[in-house]
Ligand binder design. Sequence first.
Ligand code: FEO
Ligand code: CA
Ligand code: CA
Ligand code: CA
Length: 574
Amino acid sequence: VDAGNLVTFTPVSVEQGSSNARIPHISNDYEYQTLIPWGTPLVSGATGYDGDPDSRPTADEATRQVGIGHDGMWFYPENNRYSDFVANGYQLSSTRGLLVVNHEYGTNGHVLGKAMPDSLEDVRLSQHVHGVTVADIRKARGSDDWELVTDSRFNRRIHVNTEVTFSGPAAGSPLLQNLAGNPPMGTANNCGSGPTPWGTYITCEENFNGYFGSNEPDRQNDSAQDRYGFSNNGFGYGWHLFDERFDLANEDYANEQHRFGWCVEIDPFNPDAKPVKRTALGRFKHEAVAIKEIKGGHIAAYMGDDQVFDYCYKYESRQPWRNYIRRGESPLDDGRLYVARFNADGTGEWIELSVDNPKPFKDGKTLGDMFADQAELLVFTRLAADHVGATPMDRPEWATIGKDGEVYWALTNNGARTEPNAANPEAPNTDGHIIKTVDRNSNRFNWELFFLASDTRGTENVVTDPDAAWADDEGRLFIGTDGGQPDGLQDQLVVFDTTAPGKPEPKRLFVGVSGDEITGYATTPDYRYAFINVQHPGNGSPAATNFPAPDGSGRVPRDCTVVLRRKDGGRVGS
Ligand code: FEO
Ligand code: CA
Ligand code: CA
Ligand code: CA
């Protein structure tokens, strides 16, 4: 491939992309199909939900259906377990595999058809559409389309009431135990994700605070709860009204709130294995994770905490990842967690968040002075990062790793910023930007501003609010957006050629529908098929769009996966 010439498709024009918000628009060189919308039955005989506004699944039925709020995902080619890799090398099928999809959220209005739950059954339905789906999918015979393999033994739903386990330094901490003695269950607000080199999936828990609440108007946050954004009303889900686990005032479940906000590992090829919350990666509003092998066979994991003025993080394993896997351990349980400080001169520091870090920070205090042990530090990662003076960013969403190991960080926007800093140069930052970092070693990096979205205002390439990010091995960078787009456009998928000289130019590949955002990115190993998600189309209103049902059908719009392919069978993004 020619550097600087990686993206040659005909972009969707502003005129075309803004012409009808009820349906998506795609480059003339491409076509798409939809796959596994919310409510798709994973086993035969299970009831499905097709968007009939007069009928909704029961809570029990929802556990056998694809969830809502499709977000981060990855495609695992069949026969791609780590044990298969040891025996045969990875079998990189591009015609069958497991698509693992996050279900970030669905509002009560969308899921229940009403603002608040009236019963525990309502709460359970809401909880069961959250989580993760593992879906066995394949190319349909004699067609370019993909289909779900109903009844595959790998098909699986993980939701808010699925048993999980904890591992890493905080696993045994009293901060993760309740007086009630209830076992750890569930994952929630599964936003972005990341694949591991050993063939598993990491799902990231983002706005977990919003599911907790309290009926006691006098209940007050402590300072840590303030920092994590808990409140008596939460985000209006009302789970706490019928499920004591999510009641902040219930002393028997006082530490349930600490059980969310983690990176959670799922082995898609082992349907019986419990998801594992990896505490060494810290507890914050985890957007997504990008993992790569670095020098010496260790792994580095790059992670954003998506909140205005929150931080960019990195984790590194202490040993080569293969050592852990061979011993039946995890590279994600034994490592160092860092937070980023960006200097104005284009350098930066990864500051280690450890009670053993001897350096004094604010008020001359070390992290060891601030936290009783590493478990406590990890449960309150945000407080540790505050203490060491990390750089407050404009909402770090996805990070992704480019072909040369550089890391792109999508900073979606920050309307609250009044003081610019070097790495966040706009105040307020309404359109967002992308930063590129290159690690010099474990503790130091270089950085540069890769893309300032406001530069595209008034051009054919206009795009704002970068969120989902994925870079391929040739130098393309795919960005999905989340935020009202200018010029009558809806949220979109754009592609950069990072090898092109001069200012990066995003090319518009796909435009979604009214009310949606474009989330996630996955590809088949041959790059002929890409998977993205259309999340909360129409914000659930059939008056806005019926997607993916035919326009005019009156159906409730449903979150779904969209499979993209070039008409000529070429590589997606080219
Ligand atoms: Fe779930 Fe920050 O996006
Ligand atoms: Ca979202
Ligand atoms: Ca996001
Ligand atoms: Ca977002």
